[in-house]
Design a binder for this molecule. Structure first.
Ligand SMILES: Nc1ncnc2c1ncn2[C@@H]1O[C@H](COP(=O)(O)OP(=O)(O)OP(=O)(O)O)[C@@H](O)[C@H]1O
Ligand SMILES: [Mg+2]
Length: 382
């Protein structure tokens, strides 16, 4: 038995909601947990043994965290390589710096995907305003421009050619004049994701795909299973597990994918950590993504990923806590919770802001559609 057994201490780089829910699963299994986050009252703070205050590139604090840990994992891909290397002096870091270096830079990530035969949409790496202008015309004038580094929930992205007259020059300026990728805007039929867990011993299990609906480039709701056709599901699984094996992931890898109106299946991006689109795994699957993350990074046998019942989640953004003029309001959580089958997660974030993920509702149903309808009905009542 080579695994890191319950009773040991897990370190998590990042203490947001993903770190918090991973910590809660780790606690159930009997682990001790400490996190590193720039915010001393981050969401994980309230469920862990210790919180180290440090930014994503604070290698000294990452080393301090790792010194007291048996294994270190992460919940955000912006953690600097220097932090990962500093932590690795004291404890295994999973996923490791090799995979993280590729994933945290959109240019390296897309080149890696292309080189390894994963299907991706048309794109260009861009390092100047002139290159961006060229890329936009080469890609057909309608583009998503995304910073190579940083950015989540649609931040650090600018759309070009969608009616509002954003020029390449303006987009370059809005993104801070830093390297970025220009992607052809695809005509999407739907979006799915596949979560893969891979243990250091090579054991791999992937969950049934999730179907994801975005509003303004932020995940709005998600459901497991996705109900896509079996041949598409098989291809999605093959692509996702192939990428996890190629990157030698230790831990979780979420693979976001587009299904285009033309029937193509294309990889959007990778996330080496628990993913918002698998929050419903807590209710849909025998093993949740959070428990699976703990099992994978501790090199324990991976849990059963079978779907027990369809389940959906709907994100609750800070907007719900803000009235029309920005004044505070309380969403009617009691009304949502009165619907049979509806559950609630709140992340204990103290300041609601527009677009900030504060929590999510979940619902089960006899079918994926029913689960989605139920969770959306509950959200309407807030
Ligand atoms: N090339 C594209 N064509 C069409 N839609 C796109 C494209 N790129 C992004 N989108 C839309 O914007 C959403 C967010 O894009 P992306 O996943 O790249 O951003 P992100 O900021 O990393 O988001 P998150 O952190 O929520 O995953 C996608 O899920 C999709 O709905
Ligand atoms: Mg995304």
């Amino acid at each position: 038995m080579t695994g890191i057994l319950p009773g040991a201490t897990i370190g998590i780089l990042g203490g947001g909601q993903l770190g918090r829910m991973t910590a809660m699963a780790a606690r159930s299994l009997g682990y001790r947990i400490q996190v590193m986050d720039p915010d001393p009252s981050c969401p994980a703070r309230f469920v862990v043994d210790a919180c180290f205050e440090g930014g994503w590139d604070d290698a000294r604090v990452a080393a301090d965290l790792a010194r007291g840990c048996d294994v270190v994992t992460l919940e955000i891909e912006q953690i600097s390589i220097a932090c990962l290397k500093a932590a690795a002096k004291y404890a295994p870091v999973r996923p490791g710096a090799g995979a993280m270096r590729i994933i945290q830079d959109r240019i390296l990530q897309k080149n890696w995907l292309g080189d390894h035969g994963a299907p991706i949409g048309a794109w260009r790496a861009v390092e100047s305003e002139a290159e961006l202008a060229d890329a936009v015309s080469a890609l057909g004038d309608k583009c998503f421009v995304k910073s190579a580094r940083g950015g989540y929930d649609g931040r650090s992205q600018v759309k070009i050619g969608f009616g509002d007259a954003t020029s390449a020059a303006e987009a370059w300026r809005l993104l801070g004049g830093k390297p970025c990728v220009a992607e052809q805007a695809l005509d999407l039929e739907k979006e799915i994701s596949v979560m893969v867990a891979r243990a250091p011993n090579g054991e791999t299990k992937s969950f049934a795909s999730a179907l994801n609906h975005h509003e303004n480039q932020i995940l709005d709701w998600s459901v497991i299973p996705s109900s896509i056709k079996p041949d598409l599901e098989a291809r999605a699984q093959q692509i996702a597990t192939g990428i996890a094996a190629g990157l030698e992931i230790e831990g979780l890898l979420a693979v976001e994918m587009f299904v285009t109106k033309g029937g193509e299946l294309l990889v959007n991006e990778l996330a080496p950590r628990p993913h918002n689109s698998y929050h419903a795994s807590e209710r849909a699957c025998v093993t949740s993504q959070f428990e699976q993350a703990v099992r994978a990074v501790c090199d324990l046998p991976l849990g059963d990923v079978s779907v027990v019942q369809p389940a959906a989640i709907a994100n609750l953004l800070g907007d719900l806590w803000l009235g029309k003029d920005g004044e505070a309001r309380e969403p009617r959580l009691d009304r949502a919770l009165a619907i049979p089958g509806v559950g609630l997660h709140l992340y204990e974030k103290h300041k609601p802001r527009k677009g900030r993920k504060m929590g999510h509702l979940s619902a089960v149903g006899k079918t994926p559609d029913e689960a989605v309808q139920r969770v959306l009905t509950a959200k309407e009542l807030l």
